[in-house]
Design a protein around this ligand. Structure first.
Ligand code: PBG
Length: 324
């Protein structure tokens, strides 16, 4: 056929017809809000490179979780900032540590209404800032780290978390965490695997958000941005080890991986729109260079269109309000 019989513009004529044929939905239930909680904070502490995002106190965390639930957000992902860091991140294993307390608070606030998730990683807790413990040569020790993740997962499960998010990119982390959870009687606790997590410049605002003490980089464990097949390999390994959801991170620079992974696994696929992606949009919008609301909705819709079932985004509660 072709033009003039074919005129794709006909399906763009009105708001109604555009809505009728829209291929992608963006719903608040598909969004997960990452939240930071700082041990002994008196109130929310702003994060300069993430305008609008804060390090929460216990009280303000509970409020933020309640607001997210009220807005219809599907989940929250909790990150804890301990008062004291050390070489092995021992505060991460404390059943009364900042993250375990935050999990209990969040669950007490929302019960089953929102999926409560926790970051399962040591970088917020180690004084060197790496996601695992170091060996005698100063390298990140994969297998020693797995034992700590296993214990940390049980602490989170005991605090009532619905889903743990192992984000350290250690080999075998999903399988080790699954075994630990099962052996401790937590077969119902799910695993959201950070399967394809890249060594990205776009995490920099997050490092401010968690007061990261990292020197150097994470290139021996996070993925090389040049690789796509490797992401599929990681996702398939994680599914084999028992991942309930697999995730790609960051989102925008890695949209190509979403349909690739989506077509090879049957579990839900998530994408994390990270701190640097948030900061770029916020900075441009603050300068009047882009329309903030349109840019945010376009960003999240693109991530859904590429194949993400679930999107982690710092805009979750606000966007859920817009989608009402
Ligand atoms: C590691 C972790 C990171 C992020 C989430 N989990 C940082 C890193 O790997 O350096 C980044 C999130 C973001 O940038 O929004 N615990």
């Amino acid at each position: 056929m072709g033009y003039p019989a074919e005129r794709p513009r006909r399906l763009r004529e009105s708001r109604a017809v555009r809505a009728l044929v829209a291929e992608t939905t963006l719903a608040s239930r598909q969004l997960v809000l990452p939240l930071f909680v700082r041990e002994r904070a008196d109130g929310p502490v702003p994060i300069a490179s993430m305008p609008g995002v804060v390090q929460h106190s216990r009280d303000s965390l509970r409020k933020a979780v309640a607001e997210a639930a009220e807005a219809g957000v599907g989940g929250v992902m909790l990150f804890g900032l301990p008062l004291v860091k050390d070489a092995t991140g021992s505060a991460a294993l404390d059943p009364d540590g900042v993250l375990a307390v935050a999990i209990r608070d969040a669950v007490a606030e929302v019960g089953d209404a929102v999926v409560v998730m926790s970051d399962l990683c040591l970088d917020e807790f180690t004084d060197h800032g790496h996601c695992g413990v170091l060996d005698a040569e100063g390298r990140v020790d994969n297998d020693a780290t797995l034992e700590l993740y296993a214990q940390m997962a049980v602490v989170h499960a005991e605090a009532g978390v619905d889903m743990v998010g192992p984000s350290g990119m250690m080999d075998g982390q999903v399988g080790r965490v699954r075994t630990a959870l099962d052996e401790a009687g937590h077969a119902d606790t799910s695993i959201l695997a950070y399967s394809a997590k890249y060594a990205s410049a776009f995490y920099q605002p997050f490092r401010e958000a968690i007061d990261s003490s990292l020197v150097g980089d994470r290139r021996t464990y996070q993925q090389d941005p040049a690789n796509a097949r490797e992401a599929l390999r990681e996702a398939l390994l994680d599914v084999g080890e028992g991942a309930d959801v697999v995730m790609v991170k960051p989102a925008l620079g890695y949209l190509d991986l979403l349909p690739l992974i989506r077509s090879h696994v049957t579990v839900p696929v998530a994408a994390y729109c990270v701190s640097g992606e948030y900061a770029m949009v916020e900075a441009a919008a603050a300068n009047g260079w882009i329309d903030r609301q349109r840019a945010v909705l376009e960003t999240l819709t693109s991530i859904r269109r590429a194949g993400a079932d679930v999107v982690l985004t710092y805009w979750a509660t606000e966007v859920a309000g817009w989608l009402r």
